[in-house]
Write a protein of this length. Structure first.
Length: 235
């Protein structure tokens, strides 16, 4: 009974905040860009793992290194009421790492300005408070528009949904071409999230790309026959 009362109270609070502030756990992703171009066509054959991105420290994130893994992409924030979800995210990263899961955190201040300004502050906070070991990308935009990360444009196009608050979650397939979205209030260790991760982990990894055939080697030239020995002259 007490649990039901607490759950009902939390739901009522969230609903009240949503009605006052416009807070929403998800939003419909636009399917055309600002120039009217069809995003479904733009991203039709794309993969998450081919998108260029930068790590939190500004270096190349090289998402291609994760191809063949299942990714859990999350827009994170350090000063949000949902920030404690970092604990469950790290636990998922540890639990499923050997099976092929990579958690990718994408800091953003789009919702309530609840992320630190500098990469240094974000890194220090994540290290000190939550001992985060999974990769963090550079601070970026989640909402549709010019500042939006291409990763969120891609994932929004694939699923039809964008995060409406911090800690929206996408479970992305091993080939990087399919994704399932979970809204902010769905905890990382929710049974639905776990089921989606396990389902995609059970799928075979994409076949390795065939390397170009080696150029045929030029046959070695046969050595010229030795000249016959000169017979000895009789004395």
């Amino acid at each position: 009974m007490l649990n039901r009362l607490v759950t009902a109270s939390v739901a009522a609070t969230v609903a009240a905040v949503a009605s006052i502030t416009g807070f929403a756990c998800s939003q419909t992703a636009p399917q055309v860009d600002a120039e009217g171009k069809d995003l479904a066509v733009k991203w039709k054959d794309a993969s998450l793992y081919t998108i260029e991105a930068k790590a939190l420290d500004g270096s190349n994130a090289n998402l291609a290194q994760y191809e063949g893994k299942v990714a859990l992409v999350v827009n994170v924030a350090s000063q949000c009421g949902l920030t404690p979800q970092y604990t469950a995210l790290q636990a998922l990263a540890d639990r499923f790492r050997d099976q092929g899961l990579v958690v990718i955190g994408m800091p953003s201040g789009d919702f309530g300005g609840q992320e630190f300004d500098s990469a240094k502050e974000i890194r220090e906070f994540c290290d000190a408070r939550y001992k985060v070991t999974f990769p963090l990308l550079e601070k970026s935009g989640v909402k549709a528009g010019k500042s939006q990360s291409p990763i969120f444009e891609f994932l929004g196009t694939k699923t039809g949904e964008l995060p409406g608050w911090n800690f929206g979650k996408y479970v992305v397939s091993r080939d990087g071409k399919r994704a399932v979205f979970f809204a902010s209030m769905t905890k990382p260790d929710d049974a639905k999230v776990i089921a989606a991760i396990e389902k995609m982990l059970a799928e075979p990894a994409p076949a390795a790309k065939e390397s170009a055939p080696a150029a045929p080697t030029k046959p070695a030239e046969s050595a010229a026959p030795a000249a016959p020995a000169t017979p000895a002259q009789p004395k």
